[in-house]
Design a binder for this molecule. Structure first.
Ligand SMILES: C[S@@+](CC[C@H](N)C(=O)[O-])C[C@H]1O[C@@H](n2cnc3c(N)ncnc32)[C@H](O)[C@@H]1O
Length: 243
């Protein structure tokens, strides 16, 4: 299996831990589902512990970082799920759909194996949180890799789109998690927690602009509203489809 995260996922579990407040939104979206398939499960973040969960993950390196207490993980991809139709009450797919080689096929597969509900955490490619001004290639990448919310809901059928407010001290270091901690983007180790930074390549120009704006105080003067906020709508969305 050609698993990109075998290369970039080496230190995933140190940068990427479930944030309990986001976890609560995911758990409540799963509703009464007792059996859950977690597709693109990675190291097990956000897997509910009070349900019967099976994880699907194509990268052996990610599977190896799963805690020993976590759900059974099968090495497979969203596009070909090794389960019968209607095998699970719910399917969850958290910050993974933009990595799928065939999103249509993956969505068909999760619809096939889920009986009641699908819960997807994704990012609205029309959102432009402030880091995209320093690293414009992030916005270009988002536009290519992230499905539009309209195309997702069209393919999933009856579904609700919920805003996922990102706490200022979010414990999960995904791409736009550091919206109130701008200096974090200067740290190569923190950037390595996001596949987008691996993909866009040279970010030296954006780094020196950001470093300069932090030193001169321009960044703080340009974002007075952000500094007082506890949470921020960076563009992350929970799609909850009832089947
Ligand atoms: C950003 S990580 C998210 C992992 C986990 N869901 C989380 O929230 O921490 C994306 C995951 O999607 C997986 N992935 C990539 N391509 C996939 C595919 N075609 N089918 C299923 N998962 C895939 C990657 O290996 C990686 O573990």
């Amino acid at each position: 299996m050609n698993a990109q995260y075998d290369r970039i996922g080496e230190n995933y579990s140190s940068n990427r831990k479930a944030d309990p407040r986001i976890g609560q939104l995911i758990t409540s979206a799963l509703g009464d589902a007792k059996t859950v398939i977690n597709v693109g499960a990675g190291t097990g973040s956000y897997e509910p512990i009070d349900r019967d969960v099976i994880a699907v993950e194509p990268s052996e390196k990610m599977i190896a970082q799963r805690p020993s207490s976590s759900a059974l993980a099968i090495c497979a991809s969203a596009e070909s799920l090794p389960f019968d139709d209607d095998s699970f009450d719910a399917a969850m797919a958290i910050l993974t759909i933009h990595h799928w080689s065939d999103q249509d096929k993956g969505l068909q597969e999760i619809r096939r194996v889920a009986r009641k509900r699908i819960v997807i955490l994704t990012f609205d490619p029309d959102a432009r949180p402030w880091p995209t001004r320093y690293f414009p290639k992030l916005a270009e990448l988002d536009a290519i890799a992230m499905p539009s919310l309209e195309s997702l809901t069209r393919r999933l059928g009856k579904s609700e789109v919920r805003i996922v407010p990102i706490p200022h001290d979010c414990q999960d270091g995904f791409l736009y998690a550091y919206w109130r901690r701008p200096e974090a983007y200067l740290d190569a180790a923190l950037r390595s927690g996001s596949s987008s930074f691996w993909k866009i390549g040279d970010v030296s120009a954006g780094l020196s602009d950001l470093e300069r704006d932090l030193k001169t105080g321009d960044w703080y003067r340009s974002h007075p509203d952000l500094l007082d906020q506890e949470t921020f709508d960076a563009g992350y969305r929970l799609i909850v489809a009832e089947l």
